[in-house]
Design a binder for this molecule. Sequence first.
Ligand code: GAR
Length: 208
Amino acid sequence: MPEAKLRVGVLASGRGSNLQAIIDAIEVGKLAARIAVVISNKKDAQALERARRHGVADVFLDPAPYKDRPDGREAYDRAVLAVLKEHEVELVALAGYMKIVTRVFIDAYPNRIMNIHPALLPSFPGLKAQQQALDWGVKVSGCTVHFVTEGVDTGPIIRQAAVPVQENDTAETLEARMLAEEHRIYPEAIQLFADGRLSVEGRRVRIR
Ligand code: GAR
């Protein structure tokens, strides 16, 4: 009997190049997992199109109906969770998901939600991390895969890669080199999870 593969649910809001890197890693046999569903809060997210092209279930969940409710963010997350459960998702990968998830979401998947961020956390959390790095004048930036906890970009770190900043870098040129590293370390982090090699001890992620 073939071994059951880890079922990953990907949440993405835009271009979806990290999603693509995960799909590609699976297709070339570098990552033993399957993407059960891709969910987006943006109807025209390229990520949804990429999912369709690869025969992966894609779901657009419109946040608009939840916007004016006092518990709107939690209610939206419950709707996302319902889709993840329906697709029997075991690990959630945020890949350019530009929405802050709530406690409801985190409690449903403790230490089972990963995110990729384009900086060496804890430096430069939040938006436009590449521009933040340039503005600060750092000589080395990079990217981070971490588990998601409450708080923006603060969870235990799984994997990081350094990207040197070059003299003439713009946010765009730095981003391009950063993405190459993101696309390498995200599938690697998911493979470590799939192999059961990650354990979280406080802030530290142990890799066996
Ligand atoms: C990536 O650079 C990812 O690290 C970043 O958004 C981009 C999404 O690109 N995420 C964040 O900034 C989260 N704070 P993609 O849609 O092509 O994967």
